[in-house]
Design a protein around this ligand. Structure first.
Ligand SMILES: [Zn+2]
Length: 638
């Protein structure tokens, strides 16, 4: 099993790790949608002591917010420091120290969230009202004020996480178990992930797919109770249920936000269907009748445990002559790049946009390489230890194209964090939770051939006709992800609202998988199973819509910034490197943090406060044309 590690609190000011228990992080490869997912944000420990240290007046509310910010900021810095030491030096002691600091922060955050509700209904200045709301919405879990029930909720939450984190499949009576690298006769998720990615034997894939789903049925009863208790807490804060509480974090009425997501999905659905159609046809060529000609794709054949991104089946579906003509990994090695030089390149990207250099402490305190003498968490992440300027990244950098892009992505977080560091503590966050990841990715999208030419890594740009392979790879990763990114919370919102009842958990899940993804289970599923529990974010109670938003926003930002940079040409070839116009606008938006409703932040770059997924269509236009040719004569849809 994975070590009981926690992830950084850094990305979101109030991104909390597990409640009381230390979170078992999902394997790094589990979610390509997230470079560093923030774990469940839990506000546990109800307090009915609404101490009247701050009277229920506008002045009292303002003073309360200030006091809460000062306290939380100090506690978060302490928790961050402890978390940093833990992540870069994993021992029993550093884990215990980090867990204690985290608990202290959580308990305080929980107390303040409850107290913030005391000022409901008062006429308040915008900045006081907004920060109170952020305080209330800071967690993804609200505990009931009855301490007995809170204890039960935290126990269940920790148990669900632990069940997932320690999950393994141990088939009986097997002399040899393919993929069992540890040789213990069992496969854990990490081992199964590799089998799913690499095996092309349908029988083995099915077995392992089923194997992982033996872990989740025992979670079902607990999850049902978890939903009841979490809803009690959400109602105490004034929300209809936990799903409504989550949707309230988007500066618009919850129903409107749900409709907005449907609209965005409608924009990209034709591209997804074209990709689905081609991938299904190619998989059918390989696997035969196991893949229906005109129906949903069986979930075990897409190279990923959840069929959420399909890049592992690239070689089965790749266009012919897909070689882009250069290999960035080879180029980095040939030019003698080392980890420090890779990070310096990333900084140089931001400098070219007009951002100030990173502080000296960044270079002194970051972890760029895997230390030889101790265990560390290698999963790449960006940190903002004091919420002001103690920026760091933590990576085990290898000289590869992937890590080169990841560095640009992580630095995107760091520059965002620094941009909003003069705002009040509760505003030091991205405009909504999709923005932080989107900014990291939008910078990574600018790592294009022309950028590589500019920094001397390539001699000349290859012909854009060579881009189909790269676009296919990106589409298998990012376009394939879109319906999955949407449906996780579609299921959960319905579960929290009661529209999907406990006796229909699994049926509801597969109904949405079919509707959005065109994916079907390879074997019959019943209510004896609990397949949602086999995806980390369900037992981990981590909201998921942010990943869908980040996937939409990154392309929108990319298109708009490219336009500001004066770029003309295929969108996938654009880099904003060297554009001060793009940089200026980007900096302006980043500096707003969470201080204004997110459409206002979006407007700074896009000129409109509306999200627009058509940039995805523009970006993948050459691939879509190719897919349409391939799909001519095929029966698409499911
Ligand atoms: Zn990230």
């Amino acid at each position: 099993m994975s070590l009981p590690i926690r992830r950084p609190l850094s990305v979101l000011a109030l991104a909390l790790t597990a409640l009381f228990a230390v979170a078992a992080a999902p394997p790094a490869a589990a979610d390509p949608a997230a470079q560093e997912e923030t774990e469940m944000a839990g506000f546990g420990g109800g307090s009915d002591a609404a101490e009247a240290s701050h009277p229920r007046t506008p002045e009292g509310a303002a003073a309360f917010v200030e006091a809460a910010e000062a306290d939380l900021s100090a506690l978060l810095s302490a928790a961050e420091r402890a978390a940093w030491v833990q992540a870069t030096y994993i021992t029993v002691d550093t884990q215990a120290i980090a867990a204690a600091a985290n608990e202290e922060f959580l308990a305080a955050a929980s107390r303040y969230a409850k107290e913030a509700a005391r000022f409901d209904g008062l006429e308040l200045p915008f900045d006081v009202a907004r920060r109170l709301k952020i305080l209330k919405l800071g967690g993804s879990l609200a505990a009931p004020s009855d301490p007995e029930l809170t204890r039960e909720l935290t126990r269940i939450a920790a148990g669900l996480e632990a069940a997932y984190g320690s999950g393994e499949w141990c088939p009986e009576g097997r002399d040899e178990l393919a993929g069992d690298t540890s040789g213990d006769g069992c496969l854990d998720l990490e081992e199964m992930t590799i089998v799913l990615a690499e095996s092309r034997a349908a029988e083995q894939l099915l077995e392992v797919w089923n194997g992982w789903r033996t872990v989740s049925p025992p979670m079902r009863a607990d999850y049902r109770r978890f939903v009841e208790l979490a809803n009690m807490g959400a109602r105490e804060l004034g929300f209809a249920d936990t799903g409504a509480m989550w949707r309230s974090g988007y500066d618009m009425p919850p129903e409107e936000f749900a409709a907005e997501l449907d609209r965005l999905w409608g924009q990209v659905r034709p591209l997804y269907e074209a990709l689905h159609c081609h991938v299904r046809a190619r998989l059918r060529e390989h696997y035969g009748d196991a893949v229906p000609a005109g129906g949903p794709i069986p979930a075990h054949l897409l190279g990923n445990m959840w069929a959420q991104s399909w890049d592992n089946v690239y070689e089965l579906v790749a266009p012919p002559d897909a070689d882009p003509g250069y290999d960035l990994t080879d180029r980095l090695v040939a030019e003698g790049y080392d980890p420090l030089r890779m990070v310096r390149s990333g900084e140089n990207f931001f400098s070219s946009l007009g951002f100030a250099p990173l502080p000296d402490t960044f270079w002194e305190r970051s972890m760029f390489t895997k230390p030889a003498d101790r265990d560390v968490v290698c999963h790449a992440s960006a940190w903002d230890v004091d919420q002001v300027e103690d920026l760091r990244i933590k990576m085990c950098i290898k000289i590869t194209a992937e890590d080169f892009r990841t560095i640009h992505h992580e630095l995107g977080h760091n520059y965002y964090q620094r941009a909003y560091n003069e705002l009040p503590f509760l505003y030091r966050n991205s405009a909504n939770d999709g923005f932080h990841e989107a900014i990291g990715d939008v910078i990574a999208l600018s790592v294009t051939p022309s950028y590589l030419v500019e920094i001397g890594l390539l001699e000349s740009e290859p012909d854009p006709a060579k881009d189909l392979g790269l676009l296919m790879r990106d589409a298998l990763d990012k376009v394939a992800f879109l319906p999955f990114g949407l449906l996780i919370d579609q299921w959960r919102w319905k579960v929290f609202s009661g529209e999907i009842p406990p006796e229909g958990y699994n049926q509801g899940w597969w109904g949405l998988r079919l509707k959005y993804q065109g994916i079907a289970p390879p074997v019959e599923r019943t209510e004896e199973h609990f397949d949602p529990g086999a995806k980390y974010h369900i037992p981990g109670n981590t909201p998921y819509t942010r990943y869908f938003l980040a996937h939409v926003l990154q392309f929108q930002f990319h298109r708009d910034l490219c336009e500001l940079a004066g770029y003309v040409g295929p969108l996938n070839r654009c880099t904003i490197y060297g554009s001060e116009q793009a940089g200026e606008r980007l900096a302006k938006m980043l500096a707003m943090g969470q201080s204004r409703p997110w459409p206002e932040a979006l407007e700074v770059i896009s000129g409109s406060g509306e999200m627009d997924a058509t940039a995805i269509l523009d970006y993948f236009a050459p691939l879509k044309a190719w897919l349409d040719e391939q799909n001519a004569g095929r029966q698409c849809g499911w």
